[in-house]
Design a protein around this ligand. Structure first.
Ligand code: DHB
Ligand code: FE
Length: 280
């Protein structure tokens, strides 16, 4: 049977890709951020997951504002990266696993989550930056990927509660897969940030710290946050945090926190990284 070996949260800020391409990992601005990933890279190297389910958001590359699915899942044999205008190097194509994707789709749909199914999908910084931070990627990637895109761009967004419940259905679906596969689930984006309007540059460290604490032992409280509370307390793009709740929902009720790092700011954004493991 497939097994969820862990859950990871990570930022997806485009500037990270540019910093990596320029080799700035030891630069004083970047070092405290990149150092926060070393324990997770070592854990991945040791655990060697077969598949990564990456909950991310598309920023207008595959879905533009004319057609925005609330939840969309990839069922393609591969996902090509394209840079949507940030000047990030285009990275090797990511391999999919259509059989596993279709299993997830069938299980989750049976639990009344109506996903948009994508047999072709291009992926932007929302998916690629998290991967870049985890694995060496000069030629290819060491995992197969299932992209799960959540709309955090065009209001109304799905509620935090809906995202958490989708995660629970996803967790059940993953663990019901008949083949022995080690699966890691990613929740990407966040933390507090606002890229637009009068409050652009807004960051709320207190909210972020609270969010990281409750990701471990009280995710139900986070799932009760309304979209207005997210917008007010974490900024308009801080609402990306609902994607962390999909990942958290997929894990067991009790989890062990294996590693976390919070660094602020990177570009315009507070960056949080966490590694969680199921207790059962
Ligand atoms: C930044 C953050 C994002 O979440 C994003 O999608 C693009 C840019 C930033 O902080 O620069
Ligand atoms: Fe983003």
């Amino acid at each position: 049977m497939a097994k969820i070996v862990g859950g990871i949260t990570t930022s997806h800020i485009p500037a990270i890709g540019i910093a990596m391409a320029k080799g700035l990992q030891e630069d004083p601005y970047w070092k405290p951020f990149f150092d926060g990933y070393k324990p997770i890279q070592a854990w991945l190297e040791n655990v060697k997951p077969d598949i990564a389910v990456i909950v991310y958001n598309d920023h207008g590359l595959n879905f533009f504002l004319d057609t925005v699915p609330t939840f969309a899942i990839g069922a393609a044999p591969h996902y090509q990266n394209e840079d949507e205008g940030w000047g990030i190097p285009v990275l090797p194509t990511v391999q999919g696993n259509p059989e596993f994707s279709w299993h997830l789709i069938e299980s989750v749909m049976a639990e009344e989550f109506d996903l948009t199914m994508c047999q072709e999908m291009v992926v932007d910084h929302g998916l690629m930056i998290p991967m870049t931070l985890m694995w060496d990627h000069t030629k290819s990637w060491p995992v197969e990927v299932v992209p799960l895109a959540v709309n955090v761009v065009q209001h109304p967004l799905p509620t935090a509660q809906r995202c958490y419940k989708l995660g629970q259905a996803l967790g059940r679906a993953i663990e019901a897969y008949g083949e022995d596969k080690k699966v890691v689930v990613f929740g990407t984006g966040g933390m507090s940030h606002q890229l637009q309007g009068e409050r652009s540059g807004f960051i709320n460290k207190e909210f972020d710290r609270m969010f990281m604490d409750k990701m471990v032992d009280d995710p139900e409280a986070l799932a009760k946050l309304t979209m207005t509370e997210f917008l007010d307390q974490s900024g308009s793009e801080g609402a990306e945090l609902i994607m962390w709740l999909v990942m958290r929902g997929a894990l067991s009720e009790k989890v062990n926190l294996l590693h976390s790092n919070y660094h602020v700011p990177i570009s315009n954004t507070a960056a949080g990284v966490m590694l969680l493991e199921n207790t059962d």
